[in-house]
Design a protein around this ligand. Sequence first.
Ligand code: ZN
Length: 142
Amino acid sequence: MSVNVRVVKIGGSMKTKLYYRQCDSCKSGMSKGYIYHGDTYYFCDDECVGKYFGDYKGFTTLEDWNNNGPGLTWKEFQASWDKIDDNSYEYDWQLDICSYTEWTKGDELDRVYDQQGNSYLVPNVIFSNGYELVDGESQEEE
Ligand SMILES: [Zn+2]
């Protein structure tokens, strides 16, 4: 007698989604977003950068830097991209100040984060069925 086994696949939504980085503003896990000053801070979107810095002139352009200028606010920094050429040195230089990126397999640090901002040690979750590490490309927009 044959037994008819039905395998019920539990949907991906049952797993806790984990992300490679954590937003320093809203604390949510994120696998794509902004890097500020060589990984000093991470932000999930424009709004979170704006909230974190407010009117603080925490940004700079090459011109501002060379002239020992006052710095730029996030809004001014965002606007500054329109004035420079994609292929210029200024452009690359500014990318080091703040740029948008995605993280994927291999980019994990010691910890990963869920959407609520809880952190997990990578070895505890990486091979566990209850968790899913979402890479930047598959992260859904909220
Ligand atoms: Zn955020």
